[in-house]
Design a protein around this ligand. Sequence first.
Ligand SMILES: [Zn+2]
Length: 415
Amino acid sequence: MPLRAKVASSVSRTAAALSRAAGRGDGSVIGGWIGLKIDPDLLAHLSAGRAIALVSGTNGKTTTTRLTTAAVGVLGRVATNSFGANMPTGHTSALAKAGSTPYAVLEVDEHYLAQVLEATEPHVVALLNLSRDQLDRAKEVAMMAQLWRAALVNHPDVRVVANADDPMVVWAATPPGDPARGIRPPHVTWFSAGQRWHDDSWVCPECGHTIARNGDQWWCSGCPLRRPDPQWAVEDDGVLDPTGAWHKVVLQLPGKVNLGNAATALAVAAEFGVRPVDAVSRLGAVTSIAGRYAQVDRDGRNIRLLLAKNPASWLEAFDMADFAPTLLSINARDPDGLDTSWLFDVDFAPLRGRQVLITGDRAYDLAVRLDVNGVPFQHVRTFGEAVRAVPPGRLEVIANYTAFQDIRAELDRVN
Ligand SMILES: [Zn+2]
């Protein structure tokens, strides 16, 4: 690395360490910020010589990044931004801290994908899904898809691993290329992870006609855009690879959605030459991720934490949760997005018949939504009150970002 980059990298590591020592979080944002101030090209310098995978999408990127890191670990040491700091400051900090590793797997905020593609020149980019999120500030889904598509045009050599079940992702992953300028369309490997949420992809991003669906299949009623045949797919409790071989996947993470994340991780790792048969057992070693899916025993209750931040992830959480007493907690602080009107995009009917408790800064918004949805509930002021209000046994907790962090702190920052 050039001298300036070496200095920037060293200062970045020191700043992150100081921040950690001062008890101000993991320091990855401040460390990366200072490093990039000293050398604006630091992320590019730190990326040089590494084979990198980027993982982006609205939901599942933290979990998929962790699973992919485990899978690529078959080959050697892998740098990753394991604290979910998924913007360039976090990437810079993660690579500076890791020192020299042959591989890196980086979770990327979907808004920053173009910038991070440019800086890191990855070998692979995984595109998971696109759905509405943080209504007060996030881009419309179609605009996000357009940004991804435009970014990929400039990187025809990157290997794309993309979700065949999401029409917006399929469109974003298949820019036509430009033969006159010698630009090829990117090479895409498709995976199928299933998609429960369809409400951001009824309209074709190419031509504006409606998207028709039948079972797993979807197609545009006005143009050739349709679901590609996936090379990787979830089948029963395992994953089918492109050769047709089936691999049983035993995860410590719940739900079909995590099997889909496992399929994605195996597909990305395969782009580095990792055989699924070698990687699959490593996926089972991944337990909770920054508290997500963590289980804690407290006063005879087995409490499980599920993070859900937007309508698509709430649907997945209902599917993952056992039919057991369920605490819902909603905040609307800055990291959550300030607009809670998305609660009306979620169908809470799957909770009918369960004991439902609500809490959080915006519990009353949730109360109105549940009342309209015909789901009985009980309001509790504290997490402790919720634990006392349910019988011994499983308590499922579904919370959005800061509400989740509050509860995790009550449980002594469970991992
Ligand atoms: Zn169309």
